[in-house]
Structure formats: C-alpha cells, structure tokens
Design a protein around this ligand. Structure first.
Ligand code: SF4
Length: 715
C-alpha cells in the first residue's frame, strides 16, 4: 500500500474563503463578475450568467486578480507644502486641512474661477456626484470635466440634439432581435469583446443577419463581418449622407413615422437632395462596389442596429457624425422598437453614470444643464444653496481646461482616477498645465500613473473590490458592486475625500456615512427626469441591476426608450439635424504625409495603470507599435520590427513598425496605451492634436497628420 504523503502543518489550516460580486472596472459593456477571495487575496474571477455578459468575460476581466499586485500602490495621503519639497506621508486630517486652507485662500483671493476638477468615467456614480456637488454647488466652480469628454461627449450632444435627452434608446437585448449590425468607428471585437460575442452569436443563429463594419482599418471586428466599408479618415458623414440619399431615392423612408414623430425632415430631405451622390462617394473614399454592397444591406424592412464608439465621437464633426447616424434611424422609423436604433457604446465603465450626475462642465444632476436657469434653481434648492449660487456659465471643458491651466489660470486642480498626462491630446500641454498650477491634487490607487509625478497632494483611493458603489453601463443598466476586500492602509472610496473636504470647509450636506447615503440623495434629483433612477433604492439594487428610467419603487426598469414615439424634446418629436460634412482640423501634406488614427488593443486598458500589472496581458502586446501599409513603409524604407519615430507638428513618439495591408494606404495606426512611465518618448498623444468639435468639445483624437521615419535606435 502506498503511504499517504505527509503534508506540512499549514496545509491543515483552513483557508478563509469569501465571494463578492462587482461590475468589471474596464469597458462600458459592464460585465458582472464574481470574485473568490481566499485569505484576503482574490484567487478566482468568474463571469455571472444572469447578467448582461451572460456568463462571458474577456481576458482583462478574467485577470483582475493581478491588479492587486502593485508595488506602487498608494496607501496613505502624501503632500508637499512647496514645489521644491519632496512628497511626504501625511494623515488624512493633515492633508484635508492643507487642501481646505489652500482652497479657502484661493476662493478669498481669486474666486471660484481659480479651482478646477478633472475626473473620469471610471469613477463610480457616488464619487462623481459628490465631486459635482462640491465644485459646482459649494465651491462655485463649474470647471469640472472628465475624460468622458475625450470619449463620449459627441454622443451626448448627438442624442440631446435629436431626442432632447442624452442616453441611448436601445439595450443589449436588441442584439438578439437585430437583422443588420452597422458597426461604425468601433472595434468591438477588441474593445467591447463580450458584447461583440452576442453580435456574432446572433449572426450565427439568424441566417439573414448581417454585420457591416465601417472603419479605415480591416479590424478584428471586420474579420467577423459580412462587409467591410473602408471609409477614409474624414469620410464618415459623407458616407452616411450618401447612404441616406440612397435610402431616400429607393423609397425606404417611413413617411408615417417621420411625419408623426419628427421635425426637420423637409429641410434634411432638401439637403440630401442637394448633395451630389458622386461627390459624397468621393469624399467618403469608399470604392463603388463597397458602397453598392452597403446600400444593398440596409433598408426599411430589416431592423438596423447601429453600434458606434470613438470613431464616431473623436472628431471635429463628432456631433454631426452622431446626428447623421440618428437621422438614418429616424428616416427608417427605426427607433424605440426591438432590434433597432442608434446605440453608442461607452468606452469606460461608468461614463453613463457620470453624465447622469452631471459631472461634465455644462451639466447638472439628472440631465440638467448649467445654462438653464430652472435647472440651476432646482439643484440650488435641493442642495440648500441660496439662489444664484451655481454660476450660469458652463465651465471649461477638458482641452480648454488644460490649456488654461498651462497658462497659469488655476490655483488648484484636483484630478481623480485618470491619467491626463498620457491620455490628453497634445499631451505636452497637460504636462505644462500641471507644472504651472500651484496646487495639483491627484486621487488614485497608485503612483504608477504618470500624472502622480506632478502631484503636490496624493489622496489614496480604494480600487475595484475594496468599495461598494454604483455604475451605469452602455445600455443604461445600473449595477451595484459589492465590497469584498479590505482596502490597504488609509485608502478610501473616491466619494470620501470630496465629502471630507466639504465638511472641512464648513459646507452643509456632506455628512455621508456611506455610499448608500450618497446614492439615496442623488436619485431624488433624477425624479421626473429622463434618466429617472428614483425607483432604484439601495435595497432594490442589492437584489440586482435595473435600467433607467425607473421612476418608482415598483417599476421594473425600461429596456427601451421612446417606445411610444414621444421624445424628450419640448414638442415630443425627434429632430433631424443636418450637420456638416467632415472637415478634419489637420490633413496630410508634404511634411506630414500620413493620417494617424489611434485606438486600443485587447490586452490593455487606457494607460495601463491597472491592466499593465497582468503579465499575461503585457506579453500579448509588450511594446508600443505603429501599423503601416506596405506601400507607405516602402517609401520610408521601413520594415516590420524596425524602430520608428512618429512625428507631428506637436511632438514625437517612438514605436516599433508593423506592416499590414489591413490599413488603407496613407493611414497609420497606433495606440495611446503607453506613457513615459513605460519608456521615455513613447507617448503617442505627444503627437495628436487638440482641435475640438464646436458643439461637443470633444477632441479629434482619431485623425491628425504625421510622418513615420526609421530610427537609428534599437526597436
Ligand atoms: S473589459 Fe469589458 S468585456 Fe472585458 S470583462 Fe470587463 S466589462 Fe467585460
């Protein structure tokens, strides 16, 4: 008989195992995940079946256990009283008192215009709400904006112009009812992979279903599609107008829907008829055969679900691209019905929730607007402020905010949960902004963020699993995440520091004992608003997620909006908005002959402060790279693997060349994931430019003119 092995004594000590459920902190799909915690460490992540992810998750979600292995984890406040001093550890009391004194001095000497906040679509709704309340209500500064400005504000503007309200009319379940998927400016297979699996499954299950991708690159998403439409940079609106004209000429307009539920059709129709299709086709850059195939795929009888993301939004005509998409759906009468509609995808997990609390510079809670006197009065009353306390002028949006800071406009800027030194366009401006601002407060989970290097005060934040909080995913689904880990040291949930500062400055209304108290206050401000969450009590959210509008405690939540054809405009009708054709702020020329288009890869998340901790992900995409068409590479004498320098009028970024015919000639592609913390001189956003859409104020991160040259340095 074989003897049993003798195990060491510790093997017989039982290990404490607990589980917790939380929404994934990465993309806007909002996968709900279960974590198994053994002896205080996350050992396993599992996807929840009864959730939008339907039991699926991508490698980033599956490897979330790695994000806790951060040697640079920030666990206690740090501060310095002068720029030439090193940061030193401080207690929360000392750090908050220091910031409160500096803010008070600034308010007394320069007024509220000299303080600003820059946040993130990765903050939960509770934190976004408390920051908004503190800055707009009590400090009196509307200079609050977030990285959602870089990713979603054109979608906000498009929905608001067309429907009278932000927020998609659709839900994920529409995927299982759609006939045609028009995926425009969204590499879903890489950036929303779980949702794209649902699209692919529909394609497999329904013989007639079709996937059309519109992108200058033949992306991973295009690989799974039936038709790829290789639009030129700056050609999207022309393409959409061409398609609208073709649908009009072919008799696919739903005249009944258009006359009963919309305004502006006669003007839009006249505009379409005035545009010469050949001119639009040339501007779109799409070959005739692909145009004809596109026109043959879309009609009134098939339910069209248009899924779009940064390629539609990050443009100087981002608002016009969004309204051009919505116009198509209005023409076809395909809004508010199962399986169809314009569906903007959020890049971040809570870009939707942040918009609901009004954290962008022009917003107030409950989809109210700073510029609207009634909206301001309602919020002032709710917050116990005197009339006129909220200033009527919207604050500076992201790009002008950093430009103003670079020229010394602010005494203090508070940056929470984002890394603008890497992610802002023309990133040198962001660095100059932080150098030229006397008090830079950075609230984050780590000092690995390049932005942390500019901080005068560091506030340690809890990360995923260490706090309870609420997020809204791309389909308006509000999900409550559980705390299942103790936070290290003095790290606090993100809502805690602004609440503590509010109390330290003597403001009423910041005595929140926990996230539930913040949530309860916030939802009262949504009562009767388009994004009504007033029926989503803490108890209900703990039972499971709900989609807004959810106006009462017994309301089941709303999968779709505008099902009755009544929109959130004053007359209840949706509006056609005839926008401008594409006019990129910068086009290639002799000195900078190539278009640079930017994007993400599946293995990384934004600036890699979390995903960069997973070796399995890093191995997939270890270095910054630039993709070139072989014809362009040949002209520059570049081969795959060569070290290159991407240059623009603003700066340079080093990257390794990859040759591919998946790109249109004349277009190069690179990612913005790598900052100077990874290696000096690799930040692609040193080359991008900061021109913005005039309505949405979203910068044109998807197109600028560059040159790519072989470098003498090793790859
Ligand atoms: S990154 Fe997105 S698709 Fe991947 S697990 Fe997280 S939420 Fe789901």
């Amino acid at each position: 008989m074989t003897a049993l092995p003798v195990l060491p004594p510790e093997a017989y000590v039982s290990r404490a195992t607990t589980t917790g459920r939380a929404v994934c902190p990465y993309c806007g799909v909002g996968c709900v995940l279960d974590a198994t915690v053994v002896d205080g460490r996350v050992e396993r992540i599992a996807a929840v079946a009864d959730a939008p992810n339907q039991g699926m998750m991508c490698p980033k979600g599956a490897l979330l256990s790695r994000v806790f292995d951060d040697e640079q984890r920030l666990t206690q406040p740090m501060l310095r009283r002068a720029k030439n001093e090193p940061l030193r550890a401080a207690s929360w009391d000392e750090a908050i008192r220091f910031v409160a004194d500096r803010f008070r001095k600034t308010l007394d000497t320069r007024g509220p215009d000299a303080v600003a906040w820059y946040g993130s679509g990765q903050l939960d709704t509770e934190a976004s709400y408390v920051f908004t309340k503190l800055f707009k209500g009590f400090l009196g500064s509307n200079h609050t904006d977030t990285n959602s400005r870089l990713c979603m504000s054109s979608a906000v503007a498009g929905y608001t112009l067309a429907f009278g309200s932000d927020g998609p009319p659709t839900c994920y379940d529409d995927i299982e009812h759609a006939d045609t998927f028009l995926i425009l400016g969204a590499n879903m297979a890489v950036n929303h992979p779980v949702l794209f699996n649902r699209v692919r499954r529909r394609r497999t299950d329904a013989d007639h279903a079709r996937i059309v991708t519109v992108d200058p690159r033949f992306t991973k998403t295009a690989e799974h599609g039936d038709l790829h439409v290789p639009v030129a940079p700056g050609g999207d609106v022309a393409l959409l107008q061409w398609l609208a004209r073709r649908l009009l000429d072919a008799g696919h307009v739903d005249e009944g829907f258009v006359s009963a539920h919309t305004t502006g059709w006669p003007e839009h129709r006249a505009c379409l008829e005035s545009l010469e299709p050949g001119f639009l086709a040339r501007l779109s850059g799409v070959p005739d055969d692909a145009l004809e195939a596109l026109a043959a795929t879309i009609d009134r009888d098939h339910r069209l679900l248009t899924l779009y993301c940064m390629g539609a939004n990050q443009s100087t005509v981002g608002t016009d691209k969004n309204t051009a998409i919505i116009n198509l759906h209005l023409m076809l009468g395909q809004v508010g019905r199962p399986g169809c509609g314009p569906f903007s995808l959020t890049g971040q997990p809570n870009a939707m929730g942040g918009r609901e609390v009004g954290y962008l510079a022009h917003q107030l809670p409950g989809y109210r607007k700073v510029a609207d006197a009634t909206d301001r009065a309602e919020i002032e009353l709710a917050w116990g402020l005197s009339p006129g306390a909220i200033l009527p002028e919207p604050g500076l949006t992201a790009v002008p905010m950093f430009e103003a800071a670079a020229s010394g406009r602010f005494d203090a800027i508070w940056i929470a949960c984002t890394n603008p030194v890497v992610s802002m366009p023309d990133a040198a401006v962001a660095k100059r902004a932080l150098r030229n601002t006397p008090l830079v407060i950075v609230q984050d989970i780590t000092t690995r963020s390049e932005t942390a290097a500019y901080a005068d005060v560091l506030f340690p934040a809890c990360q995923w699993g260490e706090k309870s909080g609420t997020m809204t995913n791309s389909e308006r689904l509000v999900v409550r995440s559980e705390k299942f880990l103790e936070a290290p040291g003095d790290a606090k949930p993100d809502w805690w520091a602004p609440a503590r500062l509010g109390r330290a400055m003597g403001f009423d209304g910041f005595d929140f004992g926990n996230n539930e108290a913040v949530w309860s206050e916030f939802i009262t401000l949504t009562d009767g608003r388009p994004c009504d969450c007033s029926g989503m009590t803490n108890d209900r959210l703990e039972q499971g997620p709900l989609r807004w509008p959810c106006p009462s405690a017994d309301h089941p939540g709303a999968p779709r909006r505008y099902t009755d054809g009544v929109f959130a405009t004053p007359d209840g009708k949706a509006r056609f908005h005839t926008g401008r054709l594409d006019a990129p702020a910068e086009t290639p020329d002799e000195a900078y002959p190539l278009w640079l288009t930017t994007g993400r890869v599946a293995a990384h998340w934004h600036t890699r402060t979390k995903s960069g901790l997973a070796p399995e992900l890093a191995r997939q995409e270890p270095d910054p790279f630039v993709e070139l068409h072989p014809a362009d590479a040949a002209q520059a004498g570049i081969d795959t693997g060569d070290a290159c320098v991407v240059s623009s009028r603003r700066g340079q970024a080093r990257a390794t060349a990859r040759l591919t015919e998946r790109l249109r000639p004349g277009v190069v592609f690179a990612t913005f994931h790598f900052g100077d913390g990874f290696a000096a001189g690799v930040n692609l956003n040193d080359t991008t430019h900061a021109a913005c859409d005039p309505v949405s104020k979203q910068p044109e991160l998807k197109a600028c003119a560059v040159r790519v040259e072989k470098s003498e340095a090793a790859a």
